[in-house]
Ligand binder design. Structure first.
Ligand code: 2NL
Length: 357
């Protein structure tokens, strides 16, 4: 009995895993296990021996049972410990940085020029992209039969039959935003209106949606001289050159009188554009003194107030500033523009292979 006890308790103590434990349990306590067989032999013993042997067997059975349970629990703890060790994870480690996109060049340029004009006291005005034709044309001294209406390549909104509202268009410039600002605020006023504009035009230098910024300054004695200073100051800051030179050429717009187109001095050598030097001129914007009829349409008395207005394309000046040769670069998914801005996705090996050129 002691030999049996020693054999099993030692075996259990040394068992490497649960399978070995189960083998030991079957060998001792299973149907055909050693202890079970001995229990069965009790029936043929004389009563005195049977009682003492039976009691001892029961004690041994309970001891083995208890040892099996304890070892099983210990093995379970060890297995869990091992799993915890091998699957250890430092949840306090900082995350891997995720690649981020960057602001779009046009948005960036819009933010830049907004800041420059803000320094000169211009507030930003916003307005609807779907405009009534009154705000987009009539208020700007472009009556229905005016040739400028055709030149604007306007997108007209579809109208349901019986719709009695005035005709609406996708704004062809942001001037209507300034008409609304003048109407609501009156004079004096200093605003810029950056935003999307739409013209039905699509070729190597035109897209049907593009961006424009217009500016407006109305007070009692604003003159072309103020216009000249504001535009020079803007160009100096925007193109980041100390000396800019602007050239004002007489022009015509229905909404300004007199009107001027403005060129900036530049050189164009070896495909490299430099602003502020050389003997070339590049047209960058249109401007003039706001036409008295336009002031009147916006509820501002032209006998009391006067001022200048200007308008320029944002996409183009963005390309000028950041050295993108022309719109084709855009259409042909030339990514130099975005790369210039450190557009992070372009540096990811899996993307760059398919995208870059
Ligand atoms: C161009 C010319 C211009 C304006 C826009 C304007 C706005 C109001 C009144 C009078 Cl509310 N004028 N805007 C004036 C002159 C020129 O834009 O070539 N833009 C790209």
């Amino acid at each position: 009995m002691d030999a049996l006890k020693g054999k099993y308790l030692e075996g259990i103590a040394g068992a490497a895993d649960e399978a070995a434990l189960e083998d030991l349990r079957l060998a001792a306590l299973g149907k055909k296990g050693e202890i079970s067989l001995k229990m069965r032999e009790l029936g043929g013993m004389d009563p005195v021996l049977r009682q003492s042997t039976g009691a001892a067997l029961n004690v041994l059975k309970d001891e083995i049972d208890a040892a099996l349970r304890a070892k099983k629990a210990a093995l379970g703890d060890a297995a869990l410990d091992e799993r915890l060790r091998s699957e250890w994870l430092d949840v306090t480690l900082p995350g891997r940085p995720r690649r981020q996109g960057t602001i779009h060049p046009v948005s960036q340029v819009m933010a830049e020029l907004t800041a420059i004009f803000a320094d000169m006291g211009f507030a930003v005005a916003e307005g609807p992209q779907v405009e009534s034709d009154w705000y987009n044309f009539d208020a700007l001294n472009i009556p229905p039969e005016h040739p400028a209406r055709q030149e604007h390549d306007t997108f007209f909104m579809n109208r349901a039959e019986g719709d009695s509202r005035p005709p609406h268009v996708l704004r062809t410039h942001t001037s209507p935003v300034q008409i609304r600002a003048m109407t609501e605020q009156g004079a004096p006023i200093r605003v810029i209106a950056p935003g999307r504009v739409y013209r039905m035009d699509m070729d190597q230098t035109h897209t049907p949606m593009f961006h424009q910024v217009e500016g407006l300054a109305i007070d009692r004695d604003i003159s072309m001289a103020n216009l000249k200073w504001v535009l020079e100051e803007f160009c100096r800051a925007f193109f980041e050159v100390p000396s800019v030179e602007l050239r004002f050429r007489a022009s015509h717009f229905p909404f300004t009188e007199p009107s001027a187109e403005v060129d900036i001095r530049c050189s164009w050598e070896g495909g490299q554009l430099k602003i502020g030097e050389g003997d070339g001129w590049l047209e960058i914007l249109g401007s003039g003194m706001v036409h008295p009829k336009v002031l009147a349409a916006a509820g501002v008395d032209p006998t009391e107030w006067q001022g200048f207005a200007f308008g320029m394309g944002i996409d183009r000046i963005a390309m000028l500033k950041y050295g993108i040769p022309d719109l084709r670069a855009f259409f042909e998914s030339d990514l130099r523009w975005l790369r210039h801005y450190g557009f992070a996705a372009l540096d990811m090996p899996d993307l760059a292979g398919g995208l870059s050129r």
